[in-house]
Design a protein around this ligand. Structure first.
Ligand SMILES: [Zn+2]
Length: 336
């Protein structure tokens, strides 16, 4: 079967007509396969959802028990048949529970990678290259200018700042699913053992990661209500980026604003957000990792979803790999 007949971009997302399912649909559908729990990929209201156990748990935590009509758990590496289409989930290295989905029929295999990264992350399984005819990749950081430094170096800069400014509360902006827990786990790996304080919006997901056996050390709620402003001087407080522009952030002792994101490579973005300490920590591939992944997999063809499609398509063509953009809409940068 021609790959563009097996899976194609429809209004609600990538659609497989033969199996009558969508992958990461942006609107409610009868049957959805979900790569991971970020809100632009995992939406509530589908009739039936197939995803990893962790992704289903995360959707339940975020949307409540009625997040879908019914669900089935996909085990990594196990093949499931839907109307003659063979489906298999493989680790994507993006956040806890994240998976690539391979879709196969009559000898044609397409791998939908969802969001993914290649470098080690203490909070999730590593990306697994899967041989395929078509590799569908995102291109959030799909320009040669994007190079993500070693995350250990970035976390060491945060610890250095704490030593330098022990009187200041260090507020670290990090997305609630994945990035926040990764930053905390990286701090623990570097021997930081003081309690880490979190904004209430991160509590459920941090507790979930801990129940799943991910070492986050001592986590405390950063409730300053009625407390002394100086209580959290010299402490690390992790919260969603949105919390840093409101009253919540102004409660802390001489706050120093840090932000963990791949976009922090762009000084202008850091400046616009009033970030004093930009930490370039991304849950996506940088340019070198995107192109290396395509070389590793050596697919017959590459389709590029969201992000900076043109540069990656051009690179593939120069490498002799047919490529095209899919122009999917509805995906943003949560957790970049
Ligand atoms: Zn994501």
């Amino acid at each position: 079967m021609k790959p563009e007949i097996l899976l194609y971009p429809a209004l609600k997302g990538l659609y497989c007509e033969k199996g009558n399912f969508y992958i990461d649909p942006v609107q409610p559908v009868e049957r959805a396969l979900i790569t991971h729990g970020h809100s632009d990929h995992a939406r509530a209201g589908h009739g039936h959802v197939l995803a990893t156990r962790e992704t289903l748990d995360i959707m339940r935590l975020r949307y409540g028990d009625g997040f879908c009509g019914a669900s089935d758990t996909a085990r990594l590496g196990e093949t499931i048949a839907i109307d003659g289409v063979r489906i298999c989930f493989h680790p994507a290295g993006h956040v806890l529970g994240s998976a690539q989905i391979s879709v196969e029929t009559n000898g044609t295999r397409i791998v939908v990678s969802g969001d993914y990264k290649r470098r080690p992350d203490p909070t999730c399984l590593s990306f697994e290259p899967v041989p395929c005819d078509v590799f569908i990749t995102e291109a959030t950081f799909g320009l040669p200018v994007f190079h993500h430094p070693d995350d250990r170096v970035e976390v060491a800069r945060l610890l250095q700042s704490l030593r330098q400014f022990p009187e200041r509360a260090h507020l670290v902006g990090a997305y609630a699913l994945g990035k926040a827990q990764r930053v905390i786990a990286l701090l623990r790996q570097q021997g930081y053992d003081a309690p880490i304080h979190i904004h209430g919006a991160l509590a459920k997901l941090c507790e979930y990661y801990q129940r799943e056996g991910i070492e986050l050390g001592e986590i405390r709620h950063a409730t300053v209500e009625g407390g002394n402003r100086q209580d959290l001087a010299g402490a690390i407080i992790v919260g969603p980026p949105s919390a840093f522009s409101d009253r919540w952030a102004r409660r802390f002792a001489d706050p120093l604003a840090a932000f963990a994101s791949g976009w922090m490579l762009i000084r202008q973005r850091a400046k616009q957000r009033g970030v004093e300490l930009p930490l370039v920590i991304s849950d996506h591939c940088d340019w070198a990792e995107l192109t290396q992944t395509i070389r590793d997999i050596a697919p017959g063809e590459v389709w590029v979803t969201h992000g900076r499609e043109e540069a990656l398509v051009r690179w593939c063509e120069l490498e002799g790999i047919p490529a095209r953009p899919l122009h999917l809409v509805g995906y943003d940068d949560e957790g970049e």
